[in-house]
Design a protein. Structure first.
Length: 282
């Protein structure tokens, strides 16, 4: 047998060993997934059943995971739960996630699905601000510009953010708007409605309703014949990091609370929160 053949055979064996090693990690990973899904310590039998393996097969994996800190065993009950290394990895992973990048990757498909222009808004120094857009596939549609700061009270995303911001901050913005006039860089033409600054008592009731629905809409709020919907996306600490917003001509826009636009936006937000490890604030 030639030296080349011997080398090739050894590399094939190493490749096979590597594949077996990877498969072994995947098998053991089922235990980590089961522990994460349950979210609380479990006895060996319950955990192994959740991972679809026998206790005898699961035990060696758990011993190794405990040594690594990926899992831990309670000395009093014998129950297994996620360990300190798993917690640390989760926190580091969450810090590395960019919610705007993840949302941007979904934006074009979302616009195609909804049939209207969609955008990502974040909370900036002047209020809710559009940072990404995807144009509607329809011939007649409404556009939004990057960097646009939208109305705090008369749009879909402005009040949505206000509902999840500290009350003192929103009160201060309303007071400033009364003194200097409402800040709204989204006004686009002669069909704009005159904008008024709401009183805090009435606005706070609106914000409570928004938190109850976890979405908000605007039907001709700023511009006649234009409607919009916005839904929140929360991070792992329950903080609102962005809003997904859809906007379109009122005549073709489903503004029902349980309509197609609201459902599509809510589903997209839920998908993003799953990637972010997000939680809805209590």
């Amino acid at each position: 047998m030639s030296t080349e053949d011997t080398t090739a055979d050894r590399e094939d064996r190493e490749d096979a060993d590597e594949r077996r090693g990877i498969q072994s990690i995947e098998v053991g990973g089922r235990l980590l997934k089961a522990a994460a899904a349950r979210g609380q310590p479990m006895p060996l039998k319950t955990l192994s059943q959740a991972a679809d393996m026998t206790p005898a097969k699961a035990h060696p994996y758990l011993v190794s995971f405990c040594k690594l800190g990926l899992m831990t065993q309670d000395p009093a009950t014998g129950y297994y739960g996620l360990g300190p290394l798993a917690m640390e990895m989760g926190l580091i992973g969450m810090r590395q996630i960019d919610p705007i990048r993840l949302a941007t990757a979904r934006l074009e498909d979302l616009a195609q699905e909804i049939g209207h222009t969609v955008a990502i808004a974040v909370w900036g120094s002047q209020g809710a601000t559009i940072v990404r857009t995807a144009a509607s596939p329809a011939a007649v549609h409404v556009t939004m510009r990057h960097g646009t700061v939208v109305s705090l009270s008369d749009t879909a995303s402005g009040p949505l953010f206000a509902a999840y911001r500290p009350a003192a901050e929103i009160k201060a913005l309303l007071a400033d708007a009364r003194q200097h006039g409402p800040l709204d860089l989204a006004r686009v033409g002669r069909h704009d409605k005159p904008q008024t600054v709401p009183a805090w008592t009435a606005f706070s009731r609106t914000l409570a309703e928004i938190r109850g629905r976890a979405l908000h809409r605007s039907v001709g709020g700023i511009v006649e014949g234009v409607s919009a919907f916005a839904v929140p996306v929360f991070d792992g600490e329950g903080q609102m990091v962005l809003a997904l917003t859809a906007i379109g001509p009122s005549g073709a826009f489903d503004a029902a609370w349980d309509g197609a636009v609201a459902k599509a936006l809510s589903a997209a937000a839920a998908g993003l929160m799953k990637e972010l490890g997000g939680v809805v604030p209590g």
